[in-house]
Design a protein around this ligand. Structure first.
Ligand SMILES: Cc1ncc(COP(=O)(O)O)c(C=O)c1O
Length: 344
């Protein structure tokens, strides 16, 4: 069996999760009749101190509904250069919401409040684009699972308030950020106007994300969700998986973080230019192949031939993501495969 570290989205629902799915009370969610979806939305909203939530099939849609709520057509969202919203949602914000984006670069995607605040241009008048919102990704995927410092988030909120800007949190992996930092979900929640969270990443549910905000924004977002074709019916079977994931799979993320650190330490011992293990604080291990004589695609192929699947996300950038279907024995095997594959 291949060891699959391409993403934490590759996990398969456990038997116990499938049991929860099988027994879920359901109803037609487009009519608001699915009790399992309703309780999930309420549960996650309460966790983050928000008034309401809307269940979506993907994190991308949860992000896009939030953007739709915060930024009017022709206005601007600013986000970090390598954020999922600008790099991996295929221009959805432009296509669906008719907005523009501008980006600031940050090493490892690490937030410094001053960076977006310096480029924000609210109320730009009739000739220039006005900024209306800033997006923060926590943890930062392409940055290498970076946890955003709560002090910088607080400073960003203060600066955004002074400029009259809204803040969106792409919290696809906020669960990992919480486990790594000890910062509570409600503390993260209080700084943001809209939040997207994913149940289908480290938490191991097969499908499902939630967009959280005020009751007013969430009711409007429900209309847009339907308009985008994502009004779902007896979707409590998926919400039940999400409930199960919240009950059972948050604390165990610490194991994923430990194994990611072990991988990083072993890889740095092969060649220290590949990764600085001190930067690995959650479940993502990003490898910088700049000084290696092979590309990320070549490395990924070498690993694949040996039974380890990893992602090539740039010509010289490879990514390994630990998750709940990856254990200590597989971690030891993965290290052995990498030792051979990374030899120049
Ligand atoms: C940071 C971040 N946000 C959003 C998403 C989107 O999630 P989905 O694949 O469910 O659309 C991802 C997916 O990997 C992600 O890493």
């Amino acid at each position: 069996m291949a060891i699959d570290l391409r993403s934490d989205t590759v996990t398969k629902p456990s038997l116990a999760m499938r049991e929860a799915i099988a027994h879920a009370p359901v109803g037609d969610d487009v009519y608001g009749d699915d009790p399992t979806v309703n309780s999930l939305e309420e549960r996650v909203a309460a966790l983050f101190g928000k008034e309401a939530g809307v269940f979506t099939p993907t994190g991308s849609l949860a992000n896009q509904l939030a953007i739709r709520m915060l930024v009017a057509p022709g206005e601007e969202l600013i986000a970090e250069t390598n954020s999922h919203i600008v790099r991996a949602e295929l221009g959805a914000a432009a296509v669906f919401s008719g907005i523009t984006t501008r980006t600031w670069p940050a090493p490892f995607g690490l937030l410094k409040a001053a960076d977006p605040l310096e480029i924000a241009r609210p109320d730009s008048g009739p000739y220039l684009v006005s900024t209306t919102a800033i997006a923060v990704e926590n943890t930062h995927n392409f940055g290498g699972g970076t946890v955003q410092p709560i002090t910088e988030i607080a400073a960003l909120r203060k600066g955004a308030d002074a400029l009259g800007l809204a803040l969106h949190l792409d919290g696809a992996r906020i669960w990992n950020a919480h486990i790594a930092s000890g910062v509570s979900f409600s503390e993260y929640g209080k700084y943001f106007d809209t939040i997207s969270v994913c149940l289908s990443k480290g938490l191991g549910a097969p499908v499902g994300s939630i967009m959280l905000s005020t009751k007013e924004r969430v009711s409007k977002a429900r209309i847009w969700r339907k308009r985008y074709g994502a009004g779902m019916r007896q979707v409590g079977i998926l919400a039940a998986a999400a409930h199960y994931a919240l009950d059972n799979n948050i604390e165990r993320l610490a194991d994923d973080h430990r194994r990611a650190k072990d991988l990083a330490i072993a890889i740095a011992a092969i060649d220290s230019s590949l990764i600085d293990p001190s930067t690995v604080v959650t479940n993502i291990v990003g490898l910088d192949l700049a000084s290696m004589p092979f590309t990320a695609a070549e490395l990924s192929q070498r690993c694949r031939d040996a039974g380890l699947w990893i992602s090539a996300l740039g010509p010289k950038y490879a990514r390994l993501v630990t998750h709940m279907d990856f254990d200590d024995a597989q971690c030891a095997q993965a290290i052995e495969i990498l030792k051979k594959a990374l030899v120049a």
